[in-house]
Design a protein around this ligand. Structure first.
Ligand code: SF4
Length: 332
């Protein structure tokens, strides 16, 4: 009698024992995964959740972000409401005062959220804003929260300065595979993004990097991204599902189905068994506004971004906390 299903049991056996999928098993997974549905998909999800439990534990890491600076971005990421290349209605604002950022962090800390990140639009921050970011990070770190930042393609000296100010982890998404990236952004390269992760690593700054799914990428692109993240030694992998934004080139891209979103989470858990898989933007878009949007936690994810996302609304924090409790998870 198989534990999950014959297929799932064979796949997760090495992962439960502390290993990784061999190339042949990866190929088999990629071949089968897009077609697995119904009870077989449920079984594979339970198997991925067992890997999560065995490799990273049963806690759910909660994080929140603030849009420290919004809009007017010179980059042309095809999904983004903040790109100055497209006509969107996304709000714009200058870099927020560090005191305001620290106040927002305190609200999340009081609600039981352990990590707080400041996020700024643009390729990189100018000097004055870098100083503001350092002040804000120091204020967040002083509360005992993990002070994270996502401030673009920063040079080594700027990253070192943020680390000295209290930066706990730097976030910089690769977004998609190297092959698909030129279809999504042409104002920077995949290599530019990877270099940010390498620089952080050389400075001893933990990195959080993942992607946005539903950009028209293939399953092979999804697996390539996962393997690049594995190799880049990121500790946390944000998973975003596209919410198509009117005015952007991806405005007409269909929203991922719930089953495809679950398959993506399963794929990431099985290819990255020892990393934190954190569900971020697009969770309500794909899974709806109810606690059903916690479904990715039942197929291997172990982290959630709570509160609002950068340019789209998130699930209610109180609802998320109640849902976690109902499902027997503990948010940390
Ligand atoms: S994703 Fe970031 S870098 Fe790309 S256009 Fe949006 S704000 Fe700019």
């Amino acid at each position: 009698m198989p534990l999950f299903s014959t297929f799932a049991d064979a796949l997760v056996r090495p992962l439960l024992a502390g290993g990784f999928l061999a190339a042949g098993e990866r190929d088999r997974l990629l071949d089968e995964l897009p077609r697995i549905a119904g009870a077989d998909l449920d079984a594979l999800g339970r198997a991925a959740a067992a890997v999560r439990l065995a490799r990273v534990g049963d806690a759910v890491s909660l994080c929140a972000i603030i849009s420290a600076k919004s809009g007017r971005c010179g980059e042309n990421c095809a999904f983004c409401a903040q790109s100055g290349h497209f006509q969107t209605t996304s709000p714009q604002h200058a870099f927020l005062a560090p005191t305001r950022i620290a106040q927002a962090a305190a609200v999340m800390q009081a609600a039981g959220v352990a990590r707080f990140g400041l996020v700024a639009s643009g390729k990189a921050l100018p000097e004055a804003e870098l100083a503001q970011a350092a002040t804000a990070l120091a204020a967040i770190a002083a509360t005992g929260m993990a002070a994270d930042a996502s401030l673009g393609v920063l040079p080594r000296d700027a990253l070192a300065r943020l680390k000295a100010a209290g930066l706990a982890a730097y976030h910089h998404n690769l977004e998609t595979s190297r092959a698909h990236y030129p279809n999504i952004c042409t104002t920077r390269t995949f290599e530019d993004n990877l270099e940010v992760l390498r620089t952080c690593r050389s400075l001893g700054i933990p990195t959080c990097s993942g992607g946005l799914f539903g950009l028209g990428e293939s399953w092979a692109d999804r697996a390539d991204l996962a393997l690049t993240l594995l190799d880049a030694a990121v500790f946390s992998v944000p998973v975003n599902f596209l919410s198509p934004i009117p005015g952007t080139p991806l405005a007409e891209q269909p929203v991922l189905s719930r089953d495809d979103a679950r398959r993506i989470v399963i794929l990431l858990r099985l290819l990255l068994p020892d990393r934190h898989i954190r569900i971020c933007g697009g969770r309500p878009t794909v899974f709806g506004p109810t606690t059903a949007n916690l479904a990715p936690l039942a197929c291997g994810a172990d982290g959630l971004m709570v509160g609002d996302y950068l340019t789209t609304g998130g699930a209610s924090l109180e609802q998320d906390k109640a849902g976690l409790q109902q499902l027997g998870f503990v948010g940390v």
